[in-house]
Design a protein. Structure first.
Length: 270
């Protein structure tokens, strides 16, 4: 077939399908703009309602994805593709994509499980997959965690839903544990009294349950006290650090020694 014979057929195809193709492209461009606007409006609607912050990013992403799927189907229909053929193609493509993206589908299922059972929510302090930080957002496929030094950690939801985690903010109060040591020969009763006094002076430490103070070990170079007190979860670290500093300063004033590892070397001359 010569180029002269081919050109009329090409022109016929352009005149036959050109307007449909241009229309489909216009529908696609306008459609994506409409989907973006609807997603923003849906997000504003969720922000105006009393809805769990953990659900908002997930719902916005899900609605946006569904609208885009509807848009693509509408564009294909504009091009004249029959729905029966389209369904068959989507079924075959869905099977292939599902096999190729099994991990992604697992993450989607994990996101659904997290939002249904709510083992954590936005704002909780979470330790999972070797990371510790506050939950910043829960999306369809992953969860974003902000660490204490402001690093952003993205963890797939499939891993989160199928592994153990520690949520430090689920309960309203937590127990703070310390180990304080004094030297052998120091007054044990006096040390216990000093620890009790410092704990009673701190209003952040709960009076009930009563603070626990006991000799826990006769170590190599110290007599160790196990100290346990209950505080509000938000006060856990401030109380922990403040008590360490108070014990160090007060023990010195009270004549109580805080031992540290040391070695005595004796040299014998023949």
């Amino acid at each position: 077939m010569t180029p002269e014979d081919l050109m009329p057929k090409i022109l016929d195809l352009i005149f036959a399908y050109g307007p449909k193709l241009v229309g489909a492209i216009l529908v696609l461009i306008v459609g994506f703009w409409v989907v973006k606007a609807l997603s923003r409006g849906f997000k504003k609607l969720l922000n105006a309602r009393d809805i769990d912050a953990s659900l908002k990013p997930f719902l916005v992403s899900l609605v946006s994805m569904l609208l885009k799927v509807v848009l693509v189907i509408s564009v294909l229909t504009t091009l004249g593709i029959e729905m029966t053929s389209l369904v068959a193609i989507l079924g075959a493509a869905g099977l292939a994509i599902g096999m190729a993206l099994s991990g992604t589908l697992q993450n989607f299922a994990g996101g659904v499980m997290i939002l249904l059972f709510k083992p954590f929510k936005v704002g909780d302090v979470l330790e999972a997959q070797g990371y510790l930080g506050s939950v910043h957002a829960i999306h369809i496929f992953n969860t974003i965690i902000k660490t204490g030094d402001n690093k952003t950690i993205i963890i797939p939801n499939g891993n989160l839903s199928n592994s153990s985690m520690t949520n430090y903010t689920t309960e309203s109060k937590r127990r703070v544990d310390w180990t304080f040591g004094i030297g052998y020969g120091d007054d044990v009763d006096k040390a216990r009294s000093v620890i009790k006094r410092l704990a009673d002076e701190d209003d952040r430490i709960h009076k009930e349950p009563e603070i626990f103070i006991a000799v826990s070990a006769l170590a190599d170079s110290s007599v160790n006290f196990a100290v346990r007190a209950w505080v509000d979860t938000a006060n856990y670290w401030p109380v922990h650090f403040d008590m360490n500093e108070k014990i160090y300063k007060t023990f010195a004033k009270e004549g109580l020694n805080i031992p540290f590892p040391q070695m005595d070397v004796h040299v014998h001359k023949d």
